[in-house]
Design a protein around this ligand. Structure first.
Ligand code: MN
Length: 266
């Protein structure tokens, strides 16, 4: 554990040399946990990987002396709270003008934010299937991050808080919402009820086969269910209707102009 704690501060080259072996062991542990969850799903759900394990990739990819993104230190220290296990879970959608513009959907599961890059952003039209490429888990502190990641750093570009709020798993078997989310995530089929300011109502997030980039980072589809919050894109499109920050009401340009870019050296 002592070695892991230093990961965020290590130089990129030191970390790179360790990447290969870490990836291999991560794959092995994932396979093991998947097998376990199939046989005893509810018991396995209680033994989810720790936040520290889940955030290792996030921390390896970033130099926290150069980016103002949160390191995840407080997520790692946090024990899953009783309220997180039994009540509504957090979600955030961040508009991210990186090399290619996309919307990052993050769902709180097992004490971290499971994350997907959605190139076209969410749709309220049930006839539209949005590609959602899974990316590394993010710390819960990331839910309040808005600003600019320096160019040249991982994910360099402007990040806007596009929507946030809570979500529920539809028809959970009991009042343990996190376990329900964990189980559906492991099965690759989440049925989500969003309580956002912009994204609302019932959605499916389904893992696909065939056009995923790799086994550990598969592609999913985000699809609106037919309900009172659904509407056709011919009526309005969520991503063009809402172009300002849900928390600061700033445009992408205003965030890019007005936000400090942190560098450790002058
Ligand atoms: Mn992103």
């Amino acid at each position: 554990m002592a070695v892991r704690k230093k990961t965020g501060r290590k130089s990129a080259s030191k970390i790179a040399s360790k990447t290969a072996s870490k990836t291999a062991s991560k794959t092995a542990s994932k396979t093991a946990s998947k097998t376990a969850s199939k046989s005893t799903s509810r018991t396995a759900a209680k033994k989810a990987p720790s936040a520290a394990e889940q955030l290792a990739e996030y921390q390896r990819k970033r130099d926290f002396e150069k980016t103002m993104e949160p390191s995840g230190a407080s997520t790692r220290a946090r024990k899953p709270s009783r309220s997180a296990a039994t009540k509504k879970l957090q979600f955030v959608i961040q508009k991210h003008a990186a090399t290619q513009l996309h919307y990052d959907l993050r769902l709180e599961i097992d004490g971290v934010m499971k994350s997907w890059a959605v190139p076209k952003g969410p749709s309220a039209d049930p006839s539209v299937k949005r590609l959602a490429m899974q990316v590394e888990d993010h710390p819960v502190e990331y839910n309040s991050f808005e600003g600019t990641i320096p160019s040249g750093e991982y994910g360099g570009g402007t990040v806007m808080l596009w929507d946030n709020g809570t979500y529920e798993i539809e028809n959970p078997p009991d009042d343990d919402m996190n376990s329900a989310a964990h189980d559906q995530y492991e099965r690759g089929e989440l049925k989500i009820n969003f309580h956002g300011k912009r994204i609302k109502g019932s959605y499916a997030l389904v893992r696909t086969r065939g056009f995923g980039r790799s086994a550990s980072k598969p592609s999913w589809l985000l699809i609106k269910h037919r309900d009172e919050d659904a509407h056709p894109e011919s009526e309005s499109i969520l991503t063009t209707k809402y172009v300002k920050s849900v928390t600061t009401n700033r445009t992408m340009d205003e965030i890019a102009d007005g936000t400090r870019v942190w560098h450790s050296s002058p």
